[in-house]
Ligand binder design. Structure first.
Ligand code: SF4
Length: 495
């Protein structure tokens, strides 16, 4: 079979795996003419998720032959799909040639299980070894590991890969047993624990090495001891959403465990895609993509905003027969942070001039960066609504929940229609629409109440700074597109 035909089959077979991202690894490049590749910058996206999302890695399987029969997988042994298999050298040459033509920024390599987990894993690791050791490849490598592979192979994989991942696939052991009978949830957890141990050891040794200065010869420059390298971008995993009956509460509970017990860098949520010749145990339709999106938002709240998973989804409600009668699902029409704020209105309004960071992070519309800017700005002056505008805070979303020197939300916070007013119906944007103007409402239009704090004292502790421009988003250093993602809510999934 021609390499291009194999590529068509094996790249298509890999599209169901969403768990790849090249940020977060150590920075390498080929400056000075050494080696090939770079983990910085971006390439052209050439892989597509089933829903059309673009992923900028050469994302392929070594083979889509598989001896397992996971019901949700298009590559399972009982699936009637064209099969192909790459040799180690073919994958190496493809990666190098795509990289040289600036088509990719790295490799994501997975595989169906052939002969045995060790046999398969050996070949996956060999691709990474040849790229790194024989071709001095400095681009990004993400290897999907086979859970039952031997610990030695996992340890070798970490030496060459930037990121390793083992898919947990389903949030519950029962779900995995029902849909992937050959997979052993205990083996998956064991492998995750081993990876965590290796990653922790490598970072500990890197810390020790950083403290040690090595002088090789008298008069030569001071050099640091080289630290051992083990998957510097950590480990990640993927959960399929909507293939079984697990609700969002169960999924977030599983994610919390994965983050804390195995120190996952990311848990990816992949909405189940119906596959050809699917088993009758699987749903006929995929869940709404918005469900996957809400799970990512909830995941972000847990990792960066101090929320516990059981705060985000309403707790179970016991019916008369003792079963849980709640849906355990996130709302699809509003984001989970806004949903939490609306359900906890007694904790608002938050005084932006006095509240601790933890509470500022709970205000809908305030991202981590915006909170940092607010904390810096309020050291030198009492914040007013106009200042928030200069700090690039989305006023419409934030003002109903906050107090500033010249604004109190008053009855707005208790209004029944608040949720509807903050989540307008989605509308298709025109190609030539003007960008939305972020203007502060006129002060007179906002309700003031007797509870307004007394701001009659001196407006600033440091007078000259009062007239100085506040730090704005534009004063921040330029960030690469993948860094500018979620933490600033105006540009993020929260918007
Ligand atoms: S082991 Fe992996 S490739 Fe094989 S059927 Fe299961 S999910 Fe698919």
């Amino acid at each position: 079979m021609e390499t291009t035909q194999k590529l068509a089959i094996l790249a298509d077979a890999a599209k169901y795996d969403a768990s790849c991202a090249s940020s977060g690894t150590s920075q390498r490049d080929s400056v000075g003419g050494k080696g090939i590749g770079s983990t910085e910058g971006s390439g052209i996206c050439h892989s597509y998720a089933p829903d059309g999302r673009c992923i900028s890695l050469l994302k392929i399987l070594l083979t889509n032959f598989c001896t397992y029969d996971c019901l949700y997988c298009v590559n399972r042994v009982s699936s009637n799909v064209p099969r192909a298999r790459f040799s180690v050298d073919e994958v190496v040459q493809l990666t190098l040639s795509f990289y040289r033509r600036n088509c990719i920024e790295g490799l994501f390599l997975s595989s169906g299980i052939i002969q045995s987990p060790d046999y398969t894993m050996e070949r996956v690791v060999e691709v990474a070894r040849v790229l790194r050791e024989e071709h001095d490849f400095r681009g990004y490598i993400h290897l999907k590991t086979i859970p039952d592979a031997s610990p030695e192979l996992l340890a070798r994989a970490g030496r060459y890969a930037d990121r390793l991942s083992i898919n947990i696939e389903l949030p519950t052991v029962q779900g995995l047993e029902a849909l992937a009978p050959e997979k052993d949830s205990a083996a998956i957890k064991r492998s995750m624990a081993r990876l965590r141990l290796h990653i922790d050891n490598a970072s500990g040794e890197a810390r020790d090495a950083a403290k040690t200065s090595v002088i090789s010869l008298p008069g030569s420059s001071v050099r640091r001891a080289a630290a051992p390298r083990f998957a510097p971008a950590g480990q990640s995993t993927q959960m399929i959403v909507g293939a079984d009956s697990a609700n969002d509460r169960t999924i977030l509970q599983a994610s919390t465990l994965l983050y804390s017990a195995y120190r996952m860098r990311r848990v990816y949520y992949s909405a189940f895609s119906p596959i050809p010749d699917a088993s009758s145990s699987l749903p006929l339709r995929q869940p709404p993509l918005m469900r996957e999106h809400r799970l990512y938002q909830a995941d972000w709240l847990i990792r960066f905003y101090g929320f516990a998973h059981d705060e985000i989804v309403a707790p179970p409600v016991c019916g008369t027969d003792g079963t849980d009668t709640s849906s355990g699902m996130l709302a699809l029409d509003i984001d989970p942070k806004l949903a939490w704020a609306l359900a906890h209105r007694a904790q608002f309004p938050v005084d932006l001039n006095r509240a601790p960071r933890e509470m500022l992070l709970r205000v809908p519309g305030l991202g981590v960066k915006a909170v940092v800017r607010i904390l810096a700005a309020r050291r030198v002056r009492q914040l007013r609504a106009d200042d928030l505008l200069r700090l690039h805070v989305p006023l419409k979303k934030v003002l109903p929940f906050v107090l500033v020197a010249d604004h109190h939300p008053g009855a707005t916070l208790d209004a029944a229609h608040l949720a509807a007013s903050l989540s307008p119906a989605p509308a298709q944007r025109g190609l030539f629409d003007e960008p939305e103007q972020l203007t502060a409402p006129a002060p007179a239009a906002r309700p003031h109440t007797a509870k307004l704090p007394d701001f009659s004292g001196p407006p600033a502790r440091i007078a000259p700074a009062d007239t100085a421009p506040l730090p704005t988003a534009h004063s921040q250093p330029h960030r690469a597109p993948w860094e500018a993602g979620f933490e600033d809510e105006r540009h993020s999934v929260w918007a």
